[in-house]
Ligand binder design. Sequence first.
Ligand code: ADP
Length: 458
Amino acid sequence: MKPRLVVYISLFALTVLILIQFYIINQVYRLKANEFDLKYTGLVQQSLYDLEYYSGENGLDSVFYHLEEASVQSLDRIRKLAFVEDTLEAYSGIIGTFEDIILSHESLSPYIRSYLSEHQADPDFNSGIVIRNLVMLDFPDELIVYSEAQNFTTPFPQPESGSLKNALQVNSYTAEGNYYRIAFDFYIDFTHKKRIIYREMAGIFTLSVITIVIVLFIFMYTIRNMLKQKKLSDMKTDFINNMTHELKTPLTTIAVASSSLADPSIHSNEDRVVEISRMIGKQNRHLNQLIDHILDIELWERDQVSLTIQPVNISAFLHEKLGSFRIEHTDESITILEDFDLKGEKVKLDEFQFTRVMNNLLSNAVKYSFEKPEISVKAELTDKLVISVKDNGIGIDPESQKHIFSRFYRANTGDIHKVKGLGLGLYYVKKIVEAHGGEISVDSKPNHGSTFIIELPK
Ligand code: ADP
């Protein structure tokens, strides 16, 4: 399957999963809200029962007394009105007054509150009422101020009903006095209901969020790895194709050179023989380098180079590596200066990998130099080991300096390229240095040479 398709399918599956999670959380919230309502309805009903059982009253006695008073006044008011519009307005005022009286004189709320507190439940709520029917008794007439049953429409909506949408209906009451008849529902709305439910859901909610984050993380990690692998495999194919091509040049040169050596007429010409053998030597070195690069393919996949660390006399080590490099390049006029301040101390490192580091830096110093490369290698051991390789070559412009340690990066070096490169040398150098816990940096200016500085912990 194509990677892109896999990404799309996984994204789709993930989105569905996340939506399902949200759906489940939403359902859990509803369940919890129902549970809350059930629990609190039970408690409130029980408290009302207790109230009546122990005190013989329903918490509204003083309300009814005040309603009677208000009814007398209301009837007085209505009798004086001549127009229908005024009467309707008066009705609305009466409903408001009745509501206010009920809410300010009921003693249900304080009782329910203390009952809830006693039973370790949350006692914070607002009370409200919805009047179902309200009739003024003006003997022998009945004035219907509001009637739900007859679908009697007051032009004025009841003020409390909107805000009581999610409230608990505690009880319905009907009462009749000398001048009024009323039916209303009593509601309570728990102020902290949402907070209490959320608190109960905190566990499941956190768990859901954590799982979603983990799944997302794994998804991104997998996709990233998949794309990385794909890129790597494409790069490998390109690399092997290039390499096969590159290997042909030294092989052909060696083949031609050896057949020249096989020609007896050339044996008398000593200079020519030396020249051909040098050429073979040079191509041999090049072949070796190319094969090293092929062996290095394994480094591409590893984030860490595996090291075989042992104490190495760093002064002797560097001296020997520079010596070998000189011998390998005797045919080129290269000057290599050594300036070591190492006191014969030993440093723990992987000798094999560090040889590659030094060889890469030295070959680059030669490759990217003008006619007579002058290389100066300094090494100093204090609380850390600092090795610098300085050349008098073409230098590197600041923009390229940011990229030279990246895989396959090659700066534009004009015509100076003596050997074709792959843009891998410094990438390996950096990897190896970092595997030793060290750092590498470059200090360079175009046409003024470059200095590569390695810092390793002791
Ligand atoms: P390669 O030499 O195969 O191109 P490297 O990774 O060794 O790959 O180097 C990357 C690039 O850094 C080179 O292409 C070159 O442009 C630049 N570079 C490396 N060393 C030097 C140097 N000593 N002087 C100037 N440029 C350098």
